[in-house]
Design a binder for this molecule. Structure first.
Ligand SMILES: [Zn+2]
Length: 349
């Protein structure tokens, strides 16, 4: 996510902190060592919460590239959305389940260690034992906040997953989005009444995130109705492995094509993307032949594939263009722009 700094890598997932989280850190750390301890604990528990989502997602073959910590919580960036409601349910529940597990597992040990009076004391940082109790209860707050049945919270996803079984994905999404808007307005109301800037910021965040969820689902549903063959232009250029990049650049300038399948003796041997071309030209000039720059492993799509699926493959692979294959033969290229243009036309009807 833009504006974030990588802290560490856990199980192949990069843990990033957004600069606004650092502001929060500075704000609370000025309250003394105990507040610093609290904020670092929040960071720790939010990270583990997100890791639980990520590990659950991995069980369904969904890769999580990074976790970003924002003041309002964490975001695990998944390369695609879970396909089945049951998967979304389990992935969404995994985070809050972690916080609830912490509450259950540590209740009796802390009751003995801190004493029941300290543990059950309302949030206070007067002493270190009270601060420990504070940190413990943060897990309950994290679980409850995340289980609010509204987008973009985990509870909203849980609700959609449950509703989707009965009324379909689109209708379930609408309800979870409306619920997100209602909670956002409620937060905004209390934020204004209590002059609480943080509540207002949360309200704005929830409102926007709920709307963006709805748009993503709308796009996906619209694209599902169309297949690659519906938008495929048959007009495209191929290059051979020995073609120098200078020639490819020339082809890019003279056509609208920026990504090229590479074929030698009628067989596809690679794929060359705009990003690869530009990076290579900057690195080693234009005399380099295509075969030294091209990708030899890349996803392929078929004419019968739905556009929603293709969009998912693009997101997952990070490629903005994919070759379209019929058996071993390339029949065209589909690009991210092609899909965007198709959506713009469909949505105007
Ligand atoms: Zn969560």
């Amino acid at each position: 996510m833009r504006g974030s700094i990588r802290l560490l890598r856990v199980a192949g997932i990069s843990i990033n902190i957004h600069i606004s989280f650092l502001l929060l850190l500075a704000l609370f750390a000025s309250g003394g060592l105990k507040w610093l301890f609290i904020i670092i604990s929040v960071f720790f528990f939010v990270t583990l919460h997100e890791l639980c989502h990520s590990l659950a997602a991995r069980q369904f073959g969904i890769r999580v590239s990074e976790i970003t910590l924002l003041p309002i919580g964490g975001v695990a960036s998944m390369t695609r959305m879970p396909e089945k409601p049951s998967q979304e349910f389990l992935i969404s529940v995994a985070g809050p389940a972690f916080n609830i597990a912490v509450i259950l597992v540590f209740f009796f040990p802390l009751k003995i260690l801190l004493g029941p009076d300290v543990l059950m004391h309302p949030l206070s940082t007067a002493t270190w034992p009270l601060t420990m109790a504070y940190v413990y209860w943060i897990n309950l707050m994290l679980a409850l906040f995340n289980l609010i049945p509204a987008f973009p919270m985990d509870g909203g996803r849980v609700m959609r997953a449950l509703l989707a079984q009965k009324m379909g994905y689109l209708a379930a999404t609408r309800i979870a989005v409306r619920s997100g808007h209602i909670f956002a307005l409620a937060f905004a109301y209390f934020g204004i009444v209590k002059f609480n800037i943080i509540l207002i910021a949360i309200a704005v965040f929830i409102y926007m995130a709920a709307s963006s969820e709805e748009m993503q689902v709308d796009v996906r549903e619209a694209l599902k109705k169309f297949r690659v063959r519906d938008i495929l232009s048959r007009d495209f250029l191929m290059v051979s492995g020995d073609t120098p990049l200078a020639k490819v650049l020339e082809m890019m300038f003279h056509s609208h094509q920026e990504d090229f399948p590479v074929a030698d003796e009628g067989r596809v041997s690679g794929f060359l993307t705009r990003k690869d071309i530009i990076a290579s030209v900057h690195r080693s000039g234009t005399a380099v032949p295509v075969k030294e720059v091209m990708r030899t492993s890349f996803p392929r799509v078929r004419e019968s594939d739905g556009l929603a699926k293709v969009q998912g493959v693009m997101q997952e692979s990070g490629l903005m263009a994919l070759p379209v294959m019929r058996d071993e033969e390339v029949v065209g290229i589909v690009t991210f722009e092609d899909i965007g243009r198709a959506y713009a036309i469909i949505s105007q009807r």
